[in-house]
Design a protein around this ligand. Structure first.
Ligand code: HEM
Length: 145
């Protein structure tokens, strides 16, 4: 029987960060400085709402990495929003800045952060990044077909 990786260690690290005030705010601060394209993309964003959306989005991404079927619908919605035809299109080349910004925020916030935790976060979030990137590419195909 296959043994499923439930990413409990990543979930626990996320829990430690969310219990500290200002984690998501700090993430956005780092993200905005990470690449010149970032700030203009969030031009009309209500950050009160956005912080909540991302908080939930990261949770869904961890469940998705763990193979939870209940994450699928929300993943498709997020992928669509960030696809070429979506409300907030994100070129796949930008995702490495997103991931590095998240890792930086985690390293500042999680008292138990270390190389192992970092590698596990990267592994988990890469699955979402790959999924969003594929959706972006599919929409290009659909548009040019
Ligand atoms: C370079 C990477 C990214 C950029 C530049 C980006 C940018 C954006 C922007 C501009 C919005 C719209 C905000 C608005 O409504 O004004 C948004 C929404 C959102 N993003 Fe991202 N995003 C990125 C990566 C991600 C990733 C990896 C996730 C998943 C964990 C994610 C989850 C969400 C969610 C949940 C919303 C809210 C959607 C809604 O309002 O229904 N984003 N993003």
């Amino acid at each position: 029987m296959p043994v499923h990786d439930t990413y409990d260690d990543v979930q626990a690290s996320y829990g430690r960060c969310l219990r500290k005030k200002g984690f998501i705010t700090r993430f956005y601060e780092i993200l905005m400085q990470s690449h010149p394209d970032m700030e203009p993309m969030f031009h009309r964003t209500d950050f009160g709402q956005q912080r909540k959306a991302l908080r939930r989005g990261i949770s869904i991404s961890i469940s998705f990495a763990a193979g939870s079927p209940s994450a699928q619908y929300s993943m498709d919605q997020m992928a669509e929003i960030h696809s070429r035809i979506g409300r907030a299109p994100v070129d796949p080349s930008l995702y490495r800045f997103w991931l590095d910004s998240l890792i930086q925020a985690l390293s500042e916030t999680d008292p138990r952060f270390n190389d192992k935790v970092e590698a596990r976060w990267r592994e988990a979030m890469q699955k979402t990044i790959d999924y969003f990137s594929e959706a972006f590419a599919k929409n290009i195909a659909r548009k040019t077909a």
